[in-house]
Design a protein around this ligand. Structure first.
Ligand code: ADP
Length: 470
């Protein structure tokens, strides 16, 4: 349902201002009108009672001498807003009555408790005619209240005009107010969104003035400083921890490799191999953590040189195939002798990582395709598998640090760092990396690199080395 929460603060402010104005003006005007109308009624009752008093004293002798004509003459001379006047005798019968043209006579019997009575259009005033404490009859006057109606209509008009002016002013003040409240809030939101999107936590929001929004902005800046500090601490920790882990692990790995080469009973040998496998995984993880640490601190240096990409791809395929006999990697080079300016180790790391992922995330499908293709902006390398795939909503997220896709890979171990490192390496080579994938159908990860001018092409010596340890 559409509620107050769905309305922007700007509109809430204007609405509140307008409502307050309507309520205050309404109450003031009601008090003013009620007092004014009551005053008018009181004055009207008093003046009519005075008329009734005069008629009452003047008509005593007319009643005593049963002179209806004299009584009629008295009634005829009363003021013009008395539209009907009646004298009743002591038995309540009409003794004399006068009604102005176009008006109806008093039809009902007066109540003896009240001396006056208001209806919508008329005021009725009653006065006993008394002589020496003897009640001779009663004067009844009917007074037209058209003046009251006019007063009411006029007040209503004034109220409407004042209310419209008030609401208009309140609306303008509300709009001016939002300059100081909702506009700074919106600019705060804009900066926060920008910080989140660019992940640049060093950006500060401007703090202008000394009000609550300034306090909020200042606190937000403090919070961001904390975020930056904790990021630094975490990166420092990753750097230190991975350095500390790497040294002893390297020596354990060396010893295990020596042990594996020595003659042992079959079972002992298999234990040593398994231990070696675990250590290798740990080693890779530490290398990844070190890379992340370097990337975060801007210390990842690229050793750029011209190399033939097809050769590098071939090397990676051979190495990965050698260590993963369960999958068949098929290379389709649509290009030849393409020279790129790149850091060979880092590019090899990217291709190996994408191949390793293709194998890891397609446990039930055995075929992996890798291809090179010439494109307008350079060369495109694609690695296709037919495994679990990734949902479209997660395509960009999987290149973030520590992000692992949610569907289907809970049983496949990983740390969510490989693609982040790949994307950063490719970015530093001025290339782009991406994925086309559908859950259950497989994925094609690709990256594109600019190529060195074709005339400069020269083959690079094929080299066999891999960052993946086995
Ligand atoms: P890791 O594999 O260690 O979790 P990566 O950064 O290499 O980390 O990959 C991030 C996530 O991307 C993985 O957790 C996985 O969900 C998804 N992913 C990567 N490669 C593939 C692939 N070939 N098929 C399906 N999902 C993949």
């Amino acid at each position: 349902m559409f509620g107050l929460r769905d309305i922007s603060i700007k509109n809430k402010l204007v609405l509140m201002q307008v409502l307050t104005c309507i309520i205050v003006l309404g109450l003031c005007f009601a008090a003013f009108v009620i007092t004014d109308i009551n005053g008018y009624k009181e004055r009207k009752v008093n003046s009519t009672v005075s008329i009734a008093n005069v008629i009452s004293s003047n008509s005593v002798s007319a009643i005593q001498f049963l002179d209806n004509n004299a009584a009629y003459e008295i009634l005829r001379k009363v003021e013009s807003d008395v539209v009907s006047a009646t004298i009743l005798d002591s038995k309540g019968k009409v003794f004399a009555s006068y009604t102005r043209k176009g008006h109806s006579p008093i039809k009902f019997q007066p109540t003896y408790e009240d001396h006056y009575q208001f209806t919508d259009d008329f005021l009725y005033v009653y006065k006993d005619i008394v002589d020496s404490k003897e009640a001779l009859g009663r004067v009844c006057l009917k007074v037209e209240l058209s003046e009251l109606k006019a007063i009411k209509a006029q007040k209503f008009q004034i109220a409407t005009i004042i209310l419209l002016i008030g609401v208009g002013l309140a609306f303008l003040i509300g709009l001016l107010n939002q300059r100081y409240i909702s506009r700074p809030l919106l600019s705060l939101v804009k900066v926060i969104r920008q910080i989140r999107e660019e992940q640049n936590y060093r950006t500060h929001v401007p703090v202008n003035g000394n009000d609550e929004i300034s306090a909020l902005s200042a606190e937000f800046n403090n919070l961001m400083d904390e975020v930056v500090r904790s990021h630094q601490k975490k990166d420092e920790f990753i750097g230190v921890a991975s350095h500390e882990l790497k040294t002893p692990l390297t020596s354990v790995k060396l010893y295990l490799e020596c042990l594996a080469r020595m003659d042992h009973e079959q079972q002992a040998k298999s234990f040593v191999l398994k231990a070696n496998e675990g250590v290798n995984k740990l080693h890779l993880l530490i290398l990844d953590l070190l890379d992340v640490s370097k990337l975060q601190s801007g210390q990842l240096q690229l050793n750029l040189k011209e190399l033939t990409i097809e050769n590098l791809v071939q090397t990676c395929v051979e190495n990965t195939q050698m260590n993963n006999s369960g999958h068949k990697i098929m290379l389709n080079c649509g290009t030849s002798n393409t020279i790129v300016l790149a850091d060979e180790d880092r590019l090899e790391q990217v291709i190996n990582n994408l191949l390793a992922n293709a194998i890891k995330y397609s446990p039930n499908e055995k075929e992996i395709y890798i291809s090179t293709q010439q494109i307008e902006s350079g060369i495109k390398i694609s690695i296709q598998d037919f495994g679990i795939g990734v949902a479209k909503a997660e395509h960009s997220k999987i290149f973030e640090r520590f992000y692992r896709a949610t569907g289907g890979n809970s049983v496949i171990s990983g740390f969510g760092l490989g693609l982040y490192i790949c994307s950063q390496i490719i970015k530093r080579h001025e290339g782009i990396i991406g994925v086309n994938s559908e859950p259950g159908k497989g994925s094609t990860f690709y990256f594109e690199l600019p190529v060195v001018n074709q005339s400069k092409k020269r083959p690079v010596q094929k080299k066999s080395r891999s960052r993946h340890l086995n």
